[in-house]
Design a binder for this molecule. Structure first.
Ligand SMILES: NC(=O)c1ccc[n+]([C@@H]2O[C@H](COP(=O)([O-])OP(=O)(O)OC[C@H]3O[C@@H](n4cnc5c(N)ncnc54)[C@H](OP(=O)(O)O)[C@@H]3O)[C@@H](O)[C@H]2O)c1
Length: 323
C-alpha cells in the first residue's frame, strides 16, 4: 500500500510518499482510508519536539475516515460501514489501517470522508475541554485563540450546541477572521489588543471561558479577560512558549486555570471515547453541529499539509485526501 513516512526529524518536508506492507489486521478493525487529518502534534513530532516520539521511520497523522474492510466478530462495526477512527498519535496517513474497535466510530451519512477525517481529534478534545474540564453552562460566553485553526474551529462549531450564547474568535489575519466567522464565531477580534476589544464587547464584564491552544505572551491578558468565576482552558502551545502564571491573579479575580489533556484522560478512563461519541454523534447526524469544512491537500502533498500548520498559513482543519 501507499503511505506517508518520515525517516528523519527535519520537519514536515521530511514526509515522503512510499510503498509499505499493509498492517496485520488480526483481531482489529481494518479500514480502507479515504482521508487523514493533520493536527499540530504532527508538526512537533516531525521535529522530535512532541512528548510522544514514535519509532523511526513512522507514518504521521492521528485520525482517519474510510470504509471498514473487515472487523472481528462482535465488533460494533462491520465490513462496508463508513467510519471515522483514531490512530491517536501517528499512523493515519496510509491507505489501510488496523485499529482496536474502541477507536472506531460509525460516521453519520451526512458527514463526508474529508470532514470525518477532521473531526474526532479536535471535537473530542473540545468536548473534554468545554464539558468535562471547563464546565460550560447555558448562556456563558467563550473566547477562543487560534480560532481559525483545528481546535479553534472545533470550539466555534461546538460551544453554541453546549450552551454558549456568544463565541469570540481571536485571529491573526482578516482572512482567518472569515474562516472563524464561517465556523460560527459571533465576534472576531485581532490578536493585538484583544483584551480591550473583549472588555468592550462584554461591557467590561469579561468572558466565562477562554480556550487557549496558543499560550505564550497572551496568557496574562487572557486571565485578565475572564469574568469572576471564569475558566482559562490550557489546551496547547502553538505559539512556542509555555507561559507561567502568578497565582495571585487566580485568587484576586476568583478565576481558574484549567489543564486540558484529552489523550491522557482517555488512557485512564477506558469508556470515555464511547461516552464522548454518544454525545457528539447525534449533534452531527441531526445537523445541529456542522461538520468541519477542511482545507484538503492531495496525498502526494502531505508534507505541505503539515507545513501549513507550522508556517501558520492553514485555514481551518487540514486534511489529506488518501484515495
Ligand atoms: N490538550 C489536548 O488534549 C490537545 C488535543 C489536541 C490538540 N492540542 C493542541 O492544541 C494546539 C492547536 O492544535 P491545532 O491542531 O488546532 O493547530 P492549528 O490548526 O495549527 O491551529 C493553531 C493556531 O495557533 C495560532 N498560532 C499562534 N502562533 C502560532 C505559531 N507561532 N505557529 C503556528 N500557529 C500559531 C494560529 O492562529 P493565528 O495565526 O490566528 O494566531 C493557528 O491557527 C496544539 O498545541 C496541539 O498540540 C491539545
Amino acid at each position: 500500500m501507499r503511505a506517508i513516512q518520515i525517516a528523519s526529524l527535519d520537519g514536515p518536508q521530511a514526509a515522503k510518499l512510499v510503498e509499505v506492507d499493509e498492517p496485520d489486521g488480526d483481531g482489529a478493525v481494518v479500514i480502507e482510508v479515504h482521508a487523514a487529518g493533520v493536527a499540530f502534534p504532527d508538526v512537533l513530532q516531525s521535529r522530535g519536539l512532541y512528548q510522544y516520539k514514535p519509532e523511526m521511520p513512522y507514518t504521521p497523522g492521528g485520525e482517519v475516515a474510510g470504509v471498514v474492510r473487515s472487523a472481528p466478530d462482535g465488533a460494533h462495526v462491520k465490513a462496508g460501514d463508513r467510519v471515522a477512527a483514531l490512530t491517536m498519535l501517528c499512523g493515519a496517513m496510509a491507505e489501510v489501517v488496523a485499529l482496536p474497535a474502541e477507536r472506531v466510530f460509525k460516521l453519520p451519512d451526512n458527514v463526508s470522508f474529508e470532514a470525518g477525517a477532521g473531526l474526532l481529534f479536535n471535537d473530542l478534545t473540545m468536548h473534554h475541554a468545554l464539558r468535562t474540564r471547563g464546565r460550560l453552562a447555558e448562556g456563558e460566553t467563550v473566547l477562543v485563540h487560534g480560532a481559525a485553526g483545528g481546535i479553534g474551529t472545533s470550539t466555534l462549531r461546538l460551544a453554541p450546541a453546549w450552551g454558549a450564547s456568544r463565541v469570540i474568535a481571536v485571529v491573526s489575519t482578516e482572512e482567518k477572521g472569515a474562516v472563524a466567522t464561517a465556523a460560527g464565531a459571533t465576534d472576531v477580534v485581532p490578536v493585538d489588543g484583544f483584551k480591550d476589544e473583549v472588555k468592550g464587547l462584554t461591557e467590561g464584564r469579561g468572558v466565562d471561558i477562554v480556550v487557549d491552544p496558543v499560550g505564550g505572551d497572551r496568557f496574562t491578558d487572557s486571565l485578565r479577560s475572564l469574568a469572576p468565576g471564569g475558566r482559562l482552558l490550557v489546551v496547547g502551545f502553538t505559539g512556542g512558549e509555555i507561559p507561567t502564571v502568578k497565582v495571585n491573579r487566580l485568587l484576586l479575580n476568583n478565576v481558574d486555570a484549567v489543564g486540558v489533556g484529552w489523550g491522557a484522560w482517555t488512557f485512564t478512563h477506558p469508556n470515555y471515547l464511547a461516552e464522548q461519541w454518544a454525545e457528539l454523534e447525534p449533534l452531527l447526524a441531526s445537523g445541529k453541529v456542522s461538520a468541519p469544512q477542511p482545507q484538503v491537500f492531495p496525498f502526494e502533498r502531505a508534507a505541505d499539509a503539515i507545513a501549513a500548520l507550522e508556517d501558520r498559513s492553514a485555514k481551518g482543519k487540514v486534511v489529506v485526501a488518501v484515495r
